[in-house]
Design a protein around this ligand. Structure first.
Ligand code: HEM
Length: 121
């Protein structure tokens, strides 16, 4: 949970630095890397996917799993759009699309972070 919190804090700090790509990108990519590492670790040590697919967890825990899974999947288009935007920062359409998908991703990840506390035993 501490590591997931660190990843979320990095994403939020990266978002706050959105006008400075030199800071925005490394902070966000570090957060994403930690999140993907956690997903792999949870799968290897706790069979996370199999546990989630049994649908035996509480509704709050299932919300945590659902929104966090969507956020992790959305990281891929966010990285692609962010990279394209980095290459052409004058592209207004790309900027708007990056902004829309990235904000949705961060909102879902934030919900996932809040509902993570329902996993505490
Ligand atoms: C969840 C992750 C992310 C969020 C929430 C996010 C959010 C944002 C926002 C809100 C902006 C400002 C757009 C504007 O108002 O004009 C922005 C700009 C930008 N982002 Fe991201 N972003 C994320 C990930 C990334 C990634 C992974 C990359 C690169 C690989 C990236 C590259 C950029 C670039 C190059 C800009 C333009 C900066 C500028 O010219 O001012 N972003 N991002």
């Amino acid at each position: 949970m501490y590591i997931a919190t660190l990843a979320w804090v990095l994403l939020i700090c990266g978002y706050r630095m959105r006008r400075k790509p030199g800071v925005h990108i490394p902070l966000i990519l570090s957060g994403i890397l930690i999140d993907y590492s956690l997903v792999i670790y949870l799968q290897l040590t706790k069979d996370a996917v199999q546990t989630a697919l049994k649908f035996e967890l509480s509704p709050l825990q299932q919300i945590h799993i659902g929104v966090s899974s969507i956020a992790v999947m959305l990281y891929i288009p966010v990285i692609i759009l962010g990279t394209l935007l980095y290459r052409d920062r004058t592209n207004i359409k790309l900027r708007a699309l990056h902004l829309k998908i990235a904000r949705t991703t961060l909102a879902l990840r934030t919900l996932g972070f809040l509902f993570m506390f329902s996993m505490l035993k």
